[in-house]
Design a binder for this molecule. Structure first.
Ligand code: PEP
Length: 246
């Protein structure tokens, strides 16, 4: 049985005080039916992690090197030091605006796994690729690169977020059938790379305009084990509703 995992991706939102206030308000409502979490800015991570009792707190990125001349970056040992247990890597915003590639995502995944931090590996196609019928190829190629040379036991413990770029922050969510089909392709590609057992255990999220009104329909699909949620994760009431509905 795969435990559902619902993570709010706050992006560049919420000061430290706002993050802690949010966590104090939402944390008591988390239940054992799923893993619930929020991904905060690097600055808010430490206080957020201390405030969270039930929520898991995730970083939104990391560097694959431990230290060195990488101005503005944060390394995995720095995350380890404050007890962070999850880290989003390869979000489409980072791929599009900050130069993340399947190769760097793979390096980050390897370094996080070594530190026992769970990577949430994001993949997904652009609107042009979707329109051109290239979605399946993009998903398989991104996974081939991002998950290269890992051990099957490591892969079964990580989280993969399938997020069509055309659905992120647009209000134009994928239909549950498209989301299911793509999450199934994700699982099938993991099976090809690391075997059926690994694929049956890895948790696959759908992300792209998920909100309290539609989360149930995604969660009911066979290959969807949770959601990565941007906009609808920012308000306490909306997050509480997401918890109630899952
Ligand atoms: C995201 O940022 O990963 C995301 C899915 O955003 P939204 O829910 O706002 O589409």
């Amino acid at each position: 049985m795969r435990k559902p995992i619902i993570v709010g991706n706050w992006k560049m939102n919420k000061t430290i005080a706002e993050a802690v206030e949010f966590i104090n308000a939402v944390d008591p409502f988390c239940h054992d039916g799923a893993t619930y979490g929020v991904a905060t800015s690097f600055l808010a991570l430490n206080d957020a992690n201390k405030a969270a009792k039930n929520l898991i707190v995730a970083a939104e990125n990391c560097h694959f090197e431990d230290n060195g001349a990488f101005t503005g970056e944060v390394s995995v040992p720095m995350l380890e030091e404050i007890g962070v247990k999850y880290c989003i890597i390869g979000h489409s915003e980072r791929r599009q605006m900050f130069g993340d590639t399947d190769e760097t995502v793979n390096k980050k995944a390897k370094r996080l796994i070594k530190a026992d931090i769970t990577p949430i590996v994001c993949i997904g196609e652009t609107e042009a690729q979707f329109d051109a019928g290239e979605t399946e190829k993009v998903i398989r190629d991104q996974l081939t690169g991002s998950l290269a040379d890992l051990c099957p036991k490591c892969v079964e413990n990580l989280v993969i977020a399938y997020e069509p770029i055309w659905a992120i922050g647009t209000g134009k969510s994928a239909t549950k059938e498209i989301a299911q089909n793509c999450c199934h392709i994700v699982r099938d590609q993991v099976a090809k790379m690391y075997g059926d057992e690994c694929a049956s255990k890895v948790r696959v999220q759908y992300g792209g305009s998920v909100k309290p009104e539609n989360i149930k329909e995604y969660m009911a699909m066979e290959d969807i084990d949770g959601a990565l949620i941007g906009g609808a994760s920012l308000k306490v009431d909306s997050f509480k509703e997401l918890i109630e509905k899952t």
